[in-house]
Design a protein around this ligand. Structure first.
Ligand SMILES: NC(=O)c1ccc[n+]([C@@H]2O[C@H](COP(=O)([O-])OP(=O)(O)OC[C@H]3O[C@@H](n4cnc5c(N)ncnc54)[C@H](O)[C@@H]3O)[C@@H](O)[C@H]2O)c1
Length: 273
């Protein structure tokens, strides 16, 4: 169902790679709600070509940008304002990547060049994006910025590797930059902490199938899907959440406040018999 919640709002969406991407689903929902946006992704992701389908479907233009490059981000923000005809109301940062995870390096045996690269892509890019928007005074008052995160920032999930540290850093940037964006420009900044979701980035985590099944059994409402995340993000971009800021918001079916569930306990007890 569409409610026209984002009618007249303009934004930038980072991170739509394919139809499974959380950013892809979010772009579709924002379009349904009347929002207009520019799509962006790393030049290497463009070569896969799928983002063109999304652009066509949503009447959007694509501007390639490596989110770790200030030059690319400056170009992105300037061109987006030209294309959209004014300042920006919403920004979705839906980017994550760990080279250590990709190359199967254990947390206790990191290649620190890779650690640094992963940090830059997954966390540093959020600061760089906001600093570019801030310096160019590119955000409208009562605008909203959201980045996606995972609960490994607070609790131990051993296979999440250095992404856990990147997410902790990302969430901290949301608070620290959110203060200045709020005070100086009346813009809110939040992170949405999403359930495990079957996407390219998600499935890169070792043991992902077990991970997602466990979370499903632990959560009273079950895992939040990419569509659920898209809906929550629409709400965060709408005028209905104007004074929600500096928050890490869990969209996880209740998982983050659980100790144990009957379903998980049953498995455990049965295995002992
Ligand atoms: N899938 C999950 O289980 C899960 C759970 C919680 C949070 N998240 C977070 O959601 C966000 C989106 O991930 P997803 O699950 O949709 O996977 P995805 O693989 O579809 O999206 C990740 C995106 O990051 C982009 N990216 C990588 N390097 C980049 C760079 N240098 N510049 C610009 N873009 C770059 C990729 O091209 C891709 O589009 C990430 O922050 C991820 O950590 C995912």
């Amino acid at each position: 169902m569409a409610y026209n919640l984002l009618k007249g709002k303009k934004g930038i969406i980072f991170g739509a790679l394919d139809a499974n991407s959380i950013a892809w689903k979010t772009a579709e929902r924002i379009h349904e709600e009347g929002g207009q946006f520019v799509l962006t992704n790393a030049p290497i992701a463009m070569r896969m070509g799928q983002i063109n389908d999304l652009a066509e479907k949503t009447g959007s233009q694509i501007i390639p940008a490596d989110a770790t490059s200030l030059e690319d981000l400056e170009n992105l923000v300037e061109k987006s304002m030209e294309i959209l005809g004014g300042k920006i109301d919403f920004v979705l940062h839906s980017i994550g990547m760990s080279v250590n995870v990709r190359k199967g390096r254990h947390y206790t045996d990191q290649n620190y060049d890779w650690t640094q690269k992963g940090w830059d892509v997954s966390a540093g890019s959020f600061h760089k994006t906001m600093q570019t928007l801030y310096k160019k005074d590119a955000m409208n008052e009562w605008g909203s910025i959201v980045a996606l995160t995972y609960m490994a920032a607070q609790r131990v999930f051993p296979d999440y590797n250095d992404m856990a540290d990147n997410k902790a850093y990302l969430e901290s940037i949301a608070r620290s930059f959110g203060y200045f964006f709020g005070k100086d420009k009346k813009v809110r900044v939040n992170t949405i902490s999403q359930s495990p979701t079957p996407t390219t980035a998600g499935q890169g985590v070792k043991g992902f199938d077990g991970f997602i099944a466990y979370a499903e059994k632990m959560s009273p409402l079950g895992n939040a899907t990419a569509e659920d995340c898209a809906n929550y993000t629409v709400a965060m971009f709408s005028d209905l959440t104007k004074r929600v800021t500096l928050q890490n918001l869990f969209n996880d079916g209740g998982f983050s406040n659980m100790g144990v569930s009957d379903m998980v306990m049953d498995t455990f007890v049965n295995n002992q018999e």
